[in-house]
Design a protein around this ligand. Sequence first.
Ligand code: ADP
Length: 496
Amino acid sequence: MSATQSNPWYSPLLSLRWRLAVVYSALFGIFVILLSIFLYSSISNLLLYRAQQAFPLRAQALGTQLVQEVCTASSPQSLVSFIQHIPPSDVDQIYLLDHAGKVIASSSNSLLKQPFPYLNAAFFAHESNGTKTSFNGHNSGSTTSIGLLLPLQPSSGCLFPRILPAYIAFLTSYNDEQNTLRTILLMLGITSAFMIVLGALIISFFTAIMFKPLRQVTRATRALARGNLEQRVPLLQSNDEIAELAASFNQMADRIQQMFAAQQASERRAQRFVSDASHELRTPITSLRGFTEVLIRGAKDDPETVQRVLGLMKNEAERMTELVNNLLTLARLDEGHVPATNDIDLIEMVIECQQHIRKQSPGSYKLSLELVTSDRYSIRGNREQIKQMLLVLLDNAVKYGCSGEQKEILLRLDRPEARCQMQVIDYGDGITQEDLPHVFERFYRGRNAVDRPAPISGTGLGLAIALAIAQAYRGTITVCSSPGQETIFTISFPGL
Ligand code: ADP
């Protein structure tokens, strides 16, 4: 039972690209916010510091100005008009106090005749040293007022010293600076929000560009998984990890395609091999059945016919045995089954093969041996298999190379570089250009074997077995043939 899992609607937002964009945007946002906080606090400190420095100086100047005006003015009303004409940008409130701390005039006409609320009466009772005093004003909302109390001393030659109040008090909440700071905070907030949004858009745009090749790799992987083995990712000019991934993907796809093609070819070969083998086995089996029928139908009563039919049956049985043995050898070599190996002296083995072939295929041919160097001819391999390979070539040379007038076979042993080379040369009709590329294929039989009045016996497996044996011991086997002149089979193995 299988359960299909559908992706949630927000799954695209969980993608690596989006997560990276969110992380980068968050980092950028934090940076912008921290920068704004730093800018705001720097500007705020600077503005308030300057205002705090300027406030006492301005208060002092206004106090001095008041003393001068009162001492020279013609009427006491000048006190009220003086404090009411001071611009509000300098200070919020101005109070004139008598010696007991009672308000005798104020810029807003408030608290008149009342004790000054920001300093207690005890302060005025004991205060006689004539120094300025700071105090905290009222709280209006979030702003706190700062106050400064200055004692006033009549100047020398003052016309109205009795009119002069004892103290002047100033209150300020730095309104101008606070307004400026509020505007700066608003601007910084808007700018930060804009920069964060813009930054997030730019980051997601660039991550989209950065991740484009990755999406191509993903698409290509899906296509490959669906069976499109041709699918490749366009190679990138850059040298980064994504370009490496794309190159590795292409290499992997190449490899898979090659392996798939090799597997298909191997399956086709196996199918052909099985059908060829069945076909080849059917012929002797059919013949054996035919001969048995002949015997059953009465030929058994004629001793001469019986002898002849039994001889034919023996031939067919031998042919079948050879075929089955060859198939078994090829199947074992295909499996990679390599029997025990040992050092083989090739000269000794070639002489042994010469004797064997003369016994197996007697005839009037001449089989000679040529040693090109006096070096040692030793290789590592399984003696029986190497011998079988050489016998296949010698047997073919006798069968196909000595069927005409030329009846000479040359076995040449050489040591080019670090290899041991054996050549089997005959001077028969040779292999045609059409047959030459196919002679190592399984069950392939050339025209010179079958297109003749009396076909030469064989299974078409000899050279295929020779090739498989050569490959099993890191050797090679090649053929070159000039029809009517010479046919050379060359075997080469790494020498010892
Ligand atoms: P078989 O000998 O049983 O036909 P082989 O695999 O040994 O099968 O050889 C394949 C084919 O190669 C032969 O049918 C023949 O046409 C050709 N051949 C092999 N050796 C020679 C040779 N020395 N001269 C000419 N033709 C050859």
